[in-house]
Design a protein around this ligand. Structure first.
Ligand SMILES: [Zn+2]
Ligand SMILES: [Zn+2]
Length: 198
């Protein structure tokens, strides 16, 4: 499956805060749709995080003070924190809704409603990666950051995240080599348990 590096607090917001759109300047997913590991970058994003994060805080029950123990969106830097399904990619121009112009009694322009597919979706010239079904890892795992939607040896079976290895995990022998005699699923190593967060 694929992996996406996202700076905190956004990685947390995707898995725990209801953030269902990731905004990118280009379609990094191509035609790929399916499960994506969410990896929290080592570097925290301090720029402009607060206004949007407040929505996530509310969704998470309003934790607003204390050290990192009270600010889970500041934790697990450099770790995979969860899995989400990438279900759609579209340009902001495809989901924009522009309401009627509202005028006052003198005919002056007052307001015009403009909205997108999600409160987390940015306007203008960006691609919306639409995310669904967030699941958290019970134990976040360290991983290297990177650009784009990269391939990994991880996969999902039921509510387990596993890694494809070339080691025998069924007890028949030390290497898989010729697969004869190994149990189905040999070489798959359970990594962490996944728990739905919404
Ligand atoms: Zn959209
Ligand atoms: Zn085996």
């Amino acid at each position: 499956m694929r992996i996406l590096t996202v700076r905190q607090p956004w990685a947390w917001a995707i898995i725990h805060g209801g953030k269902d759109v990731e905004n990118r300047t280009r379609n990094i997913a191509g035609a790929y749709r399916g499960p994506v590991l969410i990896h929290a970058a080592k570097q925290y994003d301090y720029t402009g995080a607060t206004p949007t994060l407040s929505r996530a805080q509310i969704a998470a029950g309003g934790a607003t003070s204390g050290a990192t123990s009270g600010r889970p969106w500041m934790t697990h830097l450099g770790h995979v924190v969860g899995v989400v399904d990438l279900v759609d990619v579209h340009h902001a121009s495809e989901c924009v809704f522009v309401g009627d112009v509202v005028e006052d009694f003198d005919g002056n322009f007052v307001s015009q409603e403009v909205s997108y597919c999600s409160p987390w979706a940015q306007a203008e010239n960006v691609e919306h990666l639409v995310l669904a079904n967030p699941r958290a890892l019970d134990e976040p795992i360290p991983y290297k950051g990177g650009l784009g939607l990269r391939k990994t040896n991880f996969g999902i079976a039921g509510d387990w995240l596993y890694e494809e290895t070339d080691r025998c995990t069924c007890g028949v022998g030390s290497t898989i080599g010729a697969l004869y005699g190994h149990e189905p699923g040999c070489g798959l190593e359970p990594i962490a348990r996944l728990a739905a967060t919404s």
